[in-house]
Design a protein around this ligand. Sequence first.
Ligand code: ZN
Length: 162
Amino acid sequence: MALLGIKKFNDKVLSKRAKKIRRIDDKIVQLARDMAETMKSGRGVGLAANQVGVMKRIIVMEADFKNQRVLALINPKIVRRSRKKEIDKEGCLSFPDIYIDIKRSRKIKVKAKNIKGENVVVETEGLMARVIQHEIDHLNGIVFYKRLGLIKRILFKKKYLK
Ligand code: ZN
């Protein structure tokens, strides 16, 4: 296990699109473990590979808050989302101590592979749906404040990204 360095704020890797994983080998499994470890030590609930400088489509998240079970999703894809949206506070390990209101779909259905290479389907809502949308955004090079409206986005940049 190893703790990985987390890329912050304006680091270019955060605005790049991560690439599809073709083969799930030992390196990917190790990456998933290290990401899980890094996420837990930062007290985060989710982490995308580009946040640790790896341009591969893999995310990890806290899936079972009571038992601290971490779920890793490879090449995750949202195949359905509810029209109903919800606004809630969101944080990000790349933006320490900053919490902003972001609007997300309330429910989503996601297809992905797990680290064994098996197909998985996750249908979820609320916090977990929010975390997955946030992390998949990372894989697409979209950090959370880019989901703000224009004025709020400008204010956010002024305040935090000088
Ligand atoms: Zn984030």
